[in-house]
Design a protein around this ligand. Structure first.
Ligand code: NAP
Length: 251
């Protein structure tokens, strides 16, 4: 059988795509042929433009994903606009940094709710349609902190470790229905999320010294992995966390 990386005729829902990794993934999926619905709290004007330039349909769904309240509406609006959801990318996420001994309950809850709880319940809502149609791809954005503990980011490490676990849990139950669930663990990517680290001269140098590729990743570095995991080429890949990290975990 011919291997296909094409997403022509497919539809995708991507969260947090106004900037950074989510934007690069949404545009990458469109360049591979998918129509894309974007769900987030900020208007993704540039991403909508870039998808249109790729010749695909783009729609925006305004939703604050800090709680699970909008997940059913987001899925319903995406299906209403695009007909169905073939691909869900759970990208929206936040990070809170503070010393362990004073880390607050508010910073714990905010990160766990956005990065883990909403990810699961949005996946559940989208998976109902995917199971009914007998196919689907769910791609969760994990982190190196799915594997490591990090420094001053305990709720982020907990949430992203949870993303690794729930990716496998969903993969196991959805595989019999033709739905694959995988995650991408980006390395150190130059985005708003890592602006504080890039600006800290010492941390920036320490990070660069440890990356075999010798550079920060660009959001576009993540798009190829997302297209692969969204495409028929990955139909027998499920429950996997794919690191895209310039070699960080190999050291
Ligand atoms: P980013 O530019 O800050 O993007 C985060 C996205 O999530 C933005 O679109 C943001 O919207 C959205 N978001 C945050 N809270 C939201 C909420 N309550 N409701 C709706 N949307 C919300 O940073 P990024 O680096 O591209 O992050 C994307 C994903 O990659 C995150 O899950 C992050 O944890 C993960 N990641 C990043 C790195 C890295 O090195 N950059 C490494 C590993 C994993 P607003 O613009 O409105 O805030």
């Amino acid at each position: 059988m011919a291997i296909s990386f094409s997403l022509a005729g497919k539809t995708a829902l991507v969260t947090g795509a106004n900037t950074g990794i989510g934007q690069a993934i949404a545009v990458g999926l469109a360049q591979a042929g998918a129509d894309v619905a974007l769900a987030g709290r900020s208007h993704p004007a540039e991403t909508l433009d870039l998808i249109a330039q790729a010749g695909c349909k783009a729609v925006n769904i305004t939703a604050d994903l800090a709680s699970t309240a909008p997940v059913t509406r987001v899925v319903d609006e995406a299906v209403a606009a695009l007909g169905r959801i073939d691909i869900l990318v759970n990208n929206a996420g936040i990070i809170r940094r503070d010393d362990l001994l004073q880390f607050s309950e508010a910073d714990w809850d905010a990160v766990i709710d956005t990065n883990l709880k909403t990810l699961f319940f949005l996946s559940q809502a989208a998976a109902r349609g995917m199971v009914a149609q007998g196919s689907g791809k769910i791609i969760n954005i994990a982190s190196l902190l799915t594997f490591q503990g990090g420094i001053r980011v305990p709720s982020y490490a907990a949430a992203k470790s949870g993303v690794g676990g729930v990716t496998k849990a969903m993969a196991n139950e959805l595989a019999p229905h033709g739905v694959q669930v995988n995650a991408i663990a980006p390395g150190y990517i130059a985005t708003n999320n890592t602006a504080a680290l890039q600006a800290d001269e010492t941390r920036n140098r320490q990070i660069l010294e440890r990356i075999p590729a010798g550079r920060w990743g660009d959001p576009s570095d993540i798009a190829g992995a997302a297209v692969f995991l969204a495409s028929p080429a990955s139909n027998y890949v499920t429950g996997h966390v794919l690191a895209v990290d310039g070699g960080w975990l190999a050291r």
